[in-house]
Design a protein around this ligand. Structure first.
Ligand code: SF4
Length: 247
């Protein structure tokens, strides 16, 4: 009998009790290790967080916070972004990188808010992702951090951590997997605990010897010594950045 061709599709397994138990321990320890879990972008309204999150693509949050400290004193409403003359908004956000594209996205998003929602940022996934330039990750961040609506946001850190911990196979994608494994009340905490863990310890070259969940992690390529991991040309551990805890 000819050998059956190997399927390229990933097997999706419903979370069993062992996985749920391990996942619960992981989250408990991460939340304890990162008591400052929460968004690291500075904002005082849903609009500010939406703008900051769009600007944060391919950029460090610290840089975005430097830019928005000034930006938010000048642009207070969606109309301010929509009406910003060509070249002016671009200059005001230049330091965030990819500023032409980001300015285009901000104007389109602001026009959408004005045309569809009376200038208010909506508080549900469908309407948020209906805005031009707003994907599920951005919408989930805004929902969780600005409105307290349970949502899992998957950025590159969450993706890397979930894959190494093998908590990414309970659904068709990582967001669905984490939503299946963790109760709704923990979705925001999962997002930010995984983000901070990916930034500080489970980096591209992970600092496994000092990882608080080392014994719960099945990743086969754990680093054995801290010095070897630190030699991997990564910047020093960043200090904790206080963020606004989701309501
Ligand atoms: S043991 Fe290493 S790979 Fe596993 S979660 Fe910790 S830092 Fe990441």
């Amino acid at each position: 009998m000819p050998a059956r061709p190997k399927s390229k599709s990933r097997r999706i397994l419903p979370p069993d009790s062992a996985l749920r138990s391990r996942a619960r321990k992981i989250l408990t320890r991460l939340a304890r290790a990162y008591p400052d879990w929460g968004p690291t972008l500075l904002f005082s309204s849903p609009l500010e967080l939406l703008v900051a999150t769009i600007l944060a693509a391919q950029a460090q949050d610290e840089r975005i916070n430097e830019v928005t400290r000034v930006l938010f004193t000048k642009y207070r409403t969606p109309a301010d972004y929509a009406a910003a003359p060509k070249g002016v908004l671009e200059r005001d956000i230049k330091a965030t990188g990819f500023f032409n594209l980001k300015a285009k996205r901000l104007r389109a998003m602001a026009r959408g808010l004005l045309d569809e929602f009376g200038g208010e940022v909506p508080s549900d996934m469908d309407r948020l992702t209906g805005l031009s330039g707003v994907g599920r990750k951005t919408a989930s961040i805004v929902l969780g951090a600005a409105f307290g609506v349970p949502a899992v946001a998957v950025d590159r850190h969450v993706e890397r951590v979930a894959q190494r911990l093998r908590v990414d196979r309970a659904g068709p994608d990582i967001e669905a997997s984490l939503r299946a494994i963790y109760p709704k009340k923990d979705w925001i905490k999962v997002t930010w605990s995984f983000v901070l863990h990916g930034r500080r310890i489970c980096r591209p070259t992970p600092l496994c010897p000092i990882c608080p969940i080392n014994d719960l992690c099945p990743y086969p390529k754990k680093t054995k010594t801290l010095s070897a991991a630190l030699r991997s040309n990564q910047p020093a551990l960043p200090p904790p950045v206080p963020g606004r805890r989701p309501r």
